[in-house]
Design a protein around this ligand. Sequence first.
Ligand SMILES: NC(=O)c1ccc[n+]([C@@H]2O[C@H](COP(=O)([O-])OP(=O)(O)OC[C@H]3O[C@@H](n4cnc5c(N)ncnc54)[C@H](OP(=O)(O)O)[C@@H]3O)[C@@H](O)[C@H]2O)c1
Length: 482
Amino acid sequence: MAAESQIGIANGNCNGSVPSSSLRTYHVVVAGTRAMGIGKNGELPWRLPSDLKFFKNLTLTTIETGKRNAIIMGRKTWESIPLDYRPLSGRLNVVLTRSESFGIAAAENVIKCGSLSSALELLASSPYHSSIERVFVIGGGEIFREALNGPGCDAIHFIDVETRLECDTFMPEIDTSMFHPWYSSFPTEENNIRYSFITYVRVRHSKVESLIQNNKLLSNGKNGSAKFEVKDFSFLPKMVFERHEEYMYLRLFKDILSNGTSKTDRTCTGTISKFGCQMRFNLRRTFPLLTTKCSGEEWLRNFYGLSAVPLMLRYTDMHADYTGQGFDQLMDVIDKIKNNPDYRQIILSAWNPSDLKLMALPPCHMFSQFYVSNGELSCQMYQRSADMGLGVPFNIASYSLLTCMIAHVCGLSPGDCIHVIGDAHVYSTHIQPLQEQLGKVPKPFPVLKINPEKKDIDSFVGADFKLIGYEPHEKIEMKMAI
Ligand SMILES: NC(=O)c1ccc[n+]([C@@H]2O[C@H](COP(=O)([O-])OP(=O)(O)OC[C@H]3O[C@@H](n4cnc5c(N)ncnc54)[C@H](OP(=O)(O)O)[C@@H]3O)[C@@H](O)[C@H]2O)c1
């Protein structure tokens, strides 16, 4: 991390949310099934060691030594913690109960409170306001009904348990009109249970129900009232903040500058370049359209050019009629995904060696392979040469969109989009603007919605794609090297 700060990637190095009002704000930490189940017979319905490790790291870690975090829980959750482990060490345990007579064995790091608001008020007052760095509400169901989506909730760390399990205690749905995913981990499996970690951040102070219902929110952020009201997300714990996928791109740029080689190039501009790089984007909940500079317009304008890639045919000139000629690779890919999803030859190729001499510039993104598993479609794209400043944000978005579109028409969910680059380079004219970009803190990636009516890949029009919550930093000018 020290090295990172020296090179200047903006990060979430905040000092916790020491409150200015009379109530502390808080984060919720919860693991739940898709049916919002969180408990069974007074216990957790699963055993997930990685979840417990995440919970421990998140709630124990502080930035300032000498400070600690507080965890607020209902009386029944307190009682569900095995005797040997309670109170949970290193944290102030705040137990909510309405019962005067409920006794907790006197221990230095346990207090009881009669309501959530009295607990938040207490933690905002002396001595806790300065000794407690962050406050986490950890359950159970009764407490989540009040705390989740509540006005003091800054973030929700949600462990999304995909496997169906019987539960008798439930949490409310996360209100996605107020909370937006900051990052989502790739799914993992433990004890036959598939799950992933998602952190949602508050982007608005109150619900925007009518906007969502009227679909007006789906406007690339152009509708003023739909804009994020919360702009700065550096309050997140560092271990979560730095998992935003945009950091993969920013770190790759930084790595090229620090460790790359100076090279000449076709445009005579001069580049710093690195060979053999990979970025893996998770398409399950968000869409990787970079936010540290605005790239939305370029991407939307350029997107339709992508449809020219998959048709493999001998090009004569722009006037020729190509109807019925060539091999429609896109249709072939879709057919294989639908009818033979385990096939290891689901490939789009733009690299045709016998035609290279006929081309002014051979294709840069030249080869992609598709992969189906767990009802999800993933794509790995190989790009022989990538302009990090201008091209790569567009390449990531284009192939992610292609993956989402193909998944959509094949009745699958989008999985991963893996971008493999041969020569990843920064043009000398882009170094200064990219340095400026490194100083920006990412915003949440937008969420992509595709018109559910459309089932045919050739029938899509621009209006079938909506980006929810794309609020990038301003455009940073970069000159195209030609
Ligand atoms: N999956 C997860 O992330 C997760 C996290 C935590 C817990 N859990 C599970 O959830 C279950 C427990 O949840 P639960 O809903 O049954 O109980 P709970 O929310 O843990 O505790 C309920 C109790 O808390 C007190 N309480 C609730 N609201 C209060 C308020 N506003 N002010 C003061 N006291 C208040 C009351 O205690 P009194 O009756 O003493 O007044 C109430 O009976 C267990 O199965 C546990 O394993 C799951």
